[in-house]
Write a protein that binds this ligand. Structure first.
Ligand code: GAP
Length: 438
């Protein structure tokens, strides 16, 4: 009986593929690494770049203005106190008094023994703040405390006045940011799912409170459709509305786009109605005006925020899970990443059939590369082996220069998903790729 997608793709298989093919490495592995911190190799860097650019271009398609922003990673104590993170950005934690292992309260049954050492000697439940604290300058006091940002959103709020003044914006509008965030997760796990250093893509959409519900609905649908547009299977996606008890300290309502990971349905993106909580907090704590003048009512208002927030790394893991497949081609089993061509790190590979065809094929490869396509030239091993190597990294097309190519001026183009082959004219390769890679 054929295996289901869920049976084929496991976290272990994906971790091993990512390392084997240079997508992701444990950071500082030669020194033992840090849990929840990863480095990205060539293919991983390219895939991340494609995820960021598809996210950005999806935003450029919506009605209304969205401008870009890039905030600092370090923020002063006052900022994070005002935002509520110093007091509330905490997980509940217990420690096993025997083996000193720590667990988040939601992942452990305190009636049972410690899963690590088998003894039952739990500490009391404690609040554990997840921000990484550091010290700025040589003098150590309250004023020198700074934090690595646990979300990218706050610098957008504290810069609100600067941004609206320099861009002459009118409600509704958005400010979008892509950047690193840091959380001292008690138990980082499931590879790129829960990390200590990760990247977020956040859109803060500012609107009037009376229109907020309409905007929230728009963004919920828009973001769900974005995932379909990058090829994620509909049956693996769903929207889940938060119960009031689950809401973050700033949020009045929230819907998650969830993905069906091999370890269950989990949040991929959060769409949150943040009210005007953040701007109001920063107005209160800084004493500065962060309102916007509304031409319609001739009044200054503190706008409501709808936030769409997704982790680049979590999305990376999602697209790999979704694209992973194993099948058998001409009696030979293969691993294939059926990534959307938009996301594939390498768009095409160029093979000379034998060494004799190296020179003409290299020229074709170079010409396509010079047009701006990310492509590779692969001359080692049998053609079958070269196909398998490229299937495994999700390369949508492979071209082979063979014995007939000199005379008919054509190469064989092979499709990754169907494995079908067709002869195409050498001078049509660029057009072929342009059409197929949309
Ligand atoms: N500004 C809102 C905010 O940060 P969040 O639900 O805590 O909300 C938003 O995070 C998104 O960031 C999540 O949906 C997830 O995709 C990603 N994310 C959060 N924590 C993460 C972690 N520890 N590792 C990887 N991605 C994470």
């Amino acid at each position: 009986m054929a295996l289901t997608h869920e049976q084929k793709v496991t976290l272990d298989k994906l971790v091993s593929l990512c390392k084997r093919r240079g997508f992701v490495y444990q950071s500082a592995e030669i020194y033992g690494g840090i849990n929840g911190v990863y480095d990205f190799g060539h293919l991983g860097t390219l895939l991340k770049r494609n995820l960021r650019s598809t996210w950005l271009s999806s935003l450029s398609e919506v009605p209304g203005e969205i401008i870009l922003f890039e905030g600092a990673l370090l923020g002063p104590y006052a900022l994070w106190k005002a935002s509520g993170h110093v007091d509330h950005f905490a997980d509940q934690m217990v420690e096993c008094r025997d083996c000193k292992h720590r667990f988040r309260i939601d992942e452990i049954d305190l009636e049972k023994a410690c899963p690590h050492c088998g003894k039952k000697n739990w500490s009391e439940v404690r609040q554990f703040n997840m921000m990484f604290q550091t010290q700025i300058g040589a003098v150590q006091d309250q004023k020198s405390i700074a934090y690595l940002r646990p979300e990218t959103a706050q610098e957008i709020f504290v810069n609100f006045k600067n941004v609206i003044t320099t861009n002459r914006l009118k409600l509704p509008f958005g400010i979008a940011q892509i950047g690193k965030a840091f959380r001292n997760e008690i138990t980082p796990k499931q590879f790129l799912f829960r990390m200590r250093e990760f990247e977020q893509m956040e859109l803060e959409w500012f609107c009037k409170e009376e229109n907020a519900k309409k905007h929230f609905e728009f963004w919920k649908d828009n973001r769900f459709n974005f995932y379909l547009s990058i090829g994620i299977k509909k049956e693996n996606l769903r929207l889940r509305y938060h119960e009031p008890t689950e809401l973050a300290h700033y949020s009045t309502c929230c819907t998650d786009v969830e993905y069906h990971f091999p370890f269950g349905w989990k949040e991929l993106e959060g769409i949150a109605h943040r009210g005007n909580y953040d701007l109001s907090q920063h107005i209160k704590h800084s004493g500065k005006d962060l309102s916007i003048y509304d031409e319609e009512t001739k009044k200054s208002i503190v706008p409501t925020v709808i936030e769409c927030s997704v982790g680049v790394d979590r999305l990376f893991l999602t697209v790999l899970f979704d694209a992973y497949d194993e099948d058998t081609i001409e009696g030979e089993s293969r691993v294939v990443l059926k990534l959307s061509p938009k996301l594939a790190p390498i768009k095409a590979a160029f093979f000379p059939l034998t060494k004799k065809q190296n020179e003409p094929m290299y020229k074709i490869y170079e010409a396509i590369k010079n047009k701006g396509f990310i492509v590779q030239f692969d001359e080692s091993g049998s053609i079958g082996k070269r196909y398998r190597r490229n299937d495994e990294i999700g390369t949508p097309y492979c071209f082979t220069y063979d014995f007939e190519s000199d005379s008919d001026k054509k190469v064989t183009a092979r499709d990754r998903d169907t494995t079908k082959q067709e002869r195409i004219a050498i001078d049509q390769i660029e057009l072929f790729l342009e059409k197929k890679l949309i």
